[in-house]
Design a protein around this ligand. Structure first.
Ligand code: NDP
Length: 274
């Protein structure tokens, strides 16, 4: 797979999503404006936000200020847990649309598989999708069990499942399941929230390729066919994280990185959600 920064993955409805984007969780409003502005300036065309992050409005503002045509930037946002339900979900979507103020949303995700409500919410959002208010509809934090349930009852296969994914949480079965069903897996916390960047075995690989450990983690995900959204508020790191298209990790080293799996989670574990 020969990728460039501009390369995009094709979702199951034909919509294209840039393989590498910028995540903006835990950025202040000021940081969001600056980081998104900088990312767009250095070539990012994909931003991942959520209602929960409280910075949709700044994401929209930074994109508008950049002068880059709207259709060249891919924007994801997500429905938070208190917005589930057939009446609330479409309203939450409209609120995000208003906050972003970009005319439309590229990808809208159910942030979390809330028990008892997620199916009703999905059905309500299906109508939003059919009304062409968002270009793609997907889910986040869905395990195989949640996806099987959804697939058994929905006429639409989710375009994306966004989950925590990195070598220390190498969810191979979930990745295979998503590939088999045409669901694009998207990695969040792909840098382990910074918690494993000094892992000695990872450092060894980074030294071998003369790259940072963050760059190795990003390249590893890309070579597994995963879309990803590392977060950084630091201009230098935003740039560093995009410089991953001029080298390739060998099959042998990919195999080695795969063995780093230790079921480590930097965030929450959705597997207990019935
Ligand atoms: P990441 O794994 O992307 O790690 C972010 C941390 O790594 C920050 O502390 C950042 O610091 C640091 N960092 C970034 N680049 C480098 C680098 N090159 N060298 C050293 N440190 C670096 O964590 P996130 O949890 O933020 O995940 C990314 C995105 O995924 C989120 O922003 C959000 O958009 C999404 N997400 C979605 C979730 C969901 O439930 N759907 C859950 C969690 C995240 P600094 O900013 O100071 O540079």
């Amino acid at each position: 797979m020969s990728l460039t920064f501009g390369s995009k993955a094709k979702l199951n409805n034909g919509v294209e999503i840039p393989w590498l984007g910028l995540g903006v969780w835990q950025m202040s409003t000021k940081e969001t404006l600056e980081a998104v502005g900088h990312a767009l300036m250095v070539g990012y065309r994909h931003i991942d936000t959520a209602t929960l992050y409280g910075n949709e409005s700044e994401v929209g503002e930074a994109i508008r200020k950049s002068g880059i045509p709207r259709e060249q930037v891919f924007v994801t946002t997500k429905l938070w847990n208190n917005d589930h339900g057939k009446d609330r979900a479409p309203r939450a979507f409209e609120e995000s649309l208003k906050e972003l103020n970009l005319g439309y949303i590229d990808l809208y995700l159910i942030h979390w598989p809330v028990a008892g409500l997620r199916n009703e919410t999905w059905d309500a959002l299906l109508k939003v999708y059919k009304d062409k208010k968002c270009r793609a509809l997907g889910v986040s934090n869905y395990t195989i069990k949640h996806l099987e349930e959804l697939l058994s009852r929905s006429e639409l296969v989710p375009a994306v499942n966004q989950v925590e994914f990195h070598p220390f949480l190498f969810q191979r079965e979930l990745l295979d399941f998503c590939k088999k069903h045409g669901i694009q897996l998207e990695a969040y916390s792909p840098l382990t929230k910074g918690k494993r960047l000094k892992d000695p075995e990872l450092v060894e690989v980074a030294i071998k390729y003369k790259r940072s450990t963050a760059q190795i983690l990003i390249r590893w995900a890309l070579q597994h066919g995963i879309v990803l959204i590392p977060k950084s508020s630091t201009p230098k790191r935003i740039e560093e994280n995009s410089k991953v298209f001029d080298f390739k990790i060998s099959d042998k080293d990919m195999g080695f990185l795969d063995t780093l799996h230790e079921n480590f989670r930097a965030t929450w574990d959705p597997s207990e959600i019935p």
